[in-house]
Write a new protein. Structure first.
Length: 205
């Protein structure tokens, strides 16, 4: 990265507008998962190691945006998804999928909402499904608050670790932060894959 681009990024990270961007990106990512909110939070965490932006504020703003975006997805599922549930005839695969999702959320709703916040794509799906099957809003908000707050802290702190390790080279710090995030995501996916194969093997046996 050229010196001019690096100076531009430094300038942006030192501007109050970075908090607006964090809030907006995290919110939009809740219902439109193409937006790379996690990368932006990690980047902000990297530069926070040098004092700007302010790390606690990065976490609070990112968590607030994620919480708001998840609720947009929830209410979208509650309106549009409600019609899909009503149209799904009993006995069909679609109705079976909705019924199964409802039972899973009822049994382990809090855990599912929290865990899926760390899985790109799944976070949007589970919040919409929660709305569609009318998972109680109070319970959803409680667990989503935990999910959004822990996700924001995790993403910002991973970036902060990278920035602290390479104080004089934020690009290497960013690479380390993103690498750590990818490693954690990969480990989660591996565990999910192994557990899924184990359940299949147990059901066959």
């Amino acid at each position: 990265m050229s010196e001019a681009i690096l100076d531009l990024v430094h300038g942006l990270m030192g501007s109050p507008w970075v908090y607006v961007a964090l809030l907006a990106f995290a919110a939009i990512d809740g219902f439109f998962p193409i937006v790379p909110s996690e990368s932006l939070v990690i980047t902000a965490g990297v530069f926070a190691a040098n004092g700007e932006p302010i790390l606690p504020l990065v976490i609070v703003v990112a968590a607030a945006g994620a919480f708001a975006g998840d609720h947009v997805a929830y209410f979208f599922g509650r309106t549009a998804g409600d019609r899909l549930v009503q149209r799904a005839k009993p006995g069909t695969k679609r109705r079976g999928a909705f019924d199964h999702a409802g039972r899973v959320l009822e049994a382990r709703g809090g855990l599912i909402v929290v865990v899926c916040r760390y899985i790109p794509g799944a976070r949007t799906a589970i919040t919409m499904i929660a709305g569609a099957v009318r998972y109680p809003l109070r319970s959803f908000s409680f667990f989503d608050g935990i999910a959004a707050g822990s996700w924001a802290a995790y993403s910002a702190l991973i970036g902060y670790v990278g920035g602290a390790a390479f104080e004089d080279d934020p690009i290497k710090g960013l690479a380390l932060g993103l690498g750590l995030a990818l490693a954690v995501t990969g480990a989660v996916e591996l565990v999910r894959h192994v557990r899924a194969r184990r359940r299949v093997a147990e059901s066959v046996a």
